[in-house]
Design a protein around this ligand. Structure first.
Ligand code: AMP
Length: 402
């Protein structure tokens, strides 16, 4: 069975075609600048690459590019479209409506649309992606949606209710939802496998550290808290996002600088975090290079990032009543061993001990344990694979539905 995984953004559409017999990626690519010119890149598992500027006015035209590339004589990987058994879509916001993956129906699309106010850019783009898929692939190819929020739907109210007047939760569903759920789900299950235990028996903290970052506390196999909130702006400091703030900082700066709500949204989401503090870049590699060259603000940005990670791990250890395993994943978590080293050394007081050499080696897709045999807490680096989770959910639902 071959499953096409789609991650549709407002002006981009990433895809992977996965062969579920061995879970290998047989083709992947990205449609960029949809609606504003267009750039298309496609590569195959056996190393063929096709890249071109091509006008894509909307998501349907992007889907046509994907279809043509998959079927192309030179760069294709399938002979007929019916070799694609199903399509799985990543959806950012499932709200309180979706606590697990589902097969797409008109009612499901309406549900995702009803959540657009909670994730205006993302959910609107996802709906466009689903409808474009239907147009180009036809009704016979089942579609499945997998939600970033779903894994976090087990949080108790004390973790997801914000202390603002309760009516805003009732009227507008303002609450903590959490994101990166598909990633936290993948690495937590993989960690349990590596430990040879049932996830239900492990108190775990998973740290997804990338351009966007979130940290999740898992107990009895369920998420009990996570650092992102109503939107992906909450939690630890990120590439361009603030993470948690005293809300008065926002009103104070808005008044002083006469900043509108939408410009403030841009400032908090696009101009802050690593970029805002360092003034160098949103990219951790650039900031680390600048810090090594003596840039004081870059050094400060790194200190803040590591301090934030440490604070979340500390507080989640308290809410979990101890911790058995800590997992690092995503671009920074998988590659930047210096942050893992500094954070883990600061956790020595609670019995965390890492092997510095193993830690330094755990980069570029390496998976494994970096803690020493006598560490009280096992520490892992596990490359995330959200696409694979989407493909697995899609296959399971489609097979169950036969
Ligand atoms: P992500 O959002 O998961 O793609 O992560 C992006 C972040 O990971 C950026 O801040 C990068 O600097 C950081 N990173 C560090 N090393 C690497 C690497 N080898 N490959 C990709 N991202 C990296």
């Amino acid at each position: 069975m071959k499953i096409l995984v789609i991650n549709a953004g407002s002006s981009s559409m990433k895809y992977q075609l996965i062969d579920m017999t061995d879970e290998s990626v047989i083709a992947k690519g990205n449609c960029e600048r949809i609606g504003a010119g267009g750039h298309f890149k496609h590569s195959t598992g056996d190393g063929r690459v096709y890249e071109t500027d091509v006008v894509m006015n909307n998501h349907t035209e992007a889907f046509v590019q994907i279809k043509n590339a998959l079927l192309s004589e030179e760069y294709g990987v399938i002979k007929n479209l019916d070799e694609v058994s199903a399509v799985g879509h990543r959806i950012v916001q499932g709200g309180a409506l979706f606590s697990k993956s589902v097969i797409v129906t008109e009612e499901v699309i309406k549900g995702i649309e009803s959540l657009i106010p909670l994730a205006p850019l993302h959910n609107a783009a996802h709906v466009q992606g689903i409808r474009a898929c239907l147009e180009v692939f036809g009704k016979d190819v089942p579609e499945v949606v997998v939600f970033d929020t779903a894994f976090h739907s087990t949080m108790p109210p004390k973790a997801f209710i914000y202390p603002v007047p309760y009516e805003y939760y009732e009227k507008y569903a303002v609450r903590r939802y959490g994101f990166h759920g598909t990633s936290h789900r993948y690495v937590s299950h993989r960690c349990a496998e590596l430990m040879g235990k049932d996830l239900k028996d492990i108190k775990m903290i998973t740290c997804h550290l990338g351009n966007g970052s979130s940290i999740t506390a898992i107990k009895d196999g369920k998420v009990i808290d996570t650092s992102m909130g109503l939107t992906p702006l909450d939690g630890i400091m990120m590439g361009t996002r603030t993470g948690s703030l005293d809300p008065s900082v926002v009103t104070f700066i808005a008044e002083k600088e006469h900043i509108s709500p939408s410009d403030m949204d841009t400032l908090l989401n696009k101009k802050s975090g690593f970029l805002g503090i360092s003034g160098v870049s949103s990219d951790d590699r650039d900031v680390c290079a600048a810090a090594d060259a003596g840039n004081e603000r870059a050094k400060l940005a790194i200190e803040i990032l590591e301090y934030d990670i440490l604070k979340y791990i500390g507080s989640y250890t308290a809410v979990l009543g101890g911790v058995d395993a800590i997992v690092f994943t995503a671009g920074i978590g998988e590659n930047q061993s210096s942050h893992r080293e500094n954070v883990c050394h600061a956790l020595e007081f609670m019995g965390v001990k890492i092997d510095d050499e193993l830690n330094r080696q755990a980069v570029r897709g390496a998976e494994g344990k970096i803690s020493t045999p006598d560490s009280k807490v096992e520490v892992f680096v596990i490359p995330t694979n959200e696409e694979l989770v989407i493909a697995r959910d899609t296959m399971a639902l489609v097979e169950n539905n036969k």
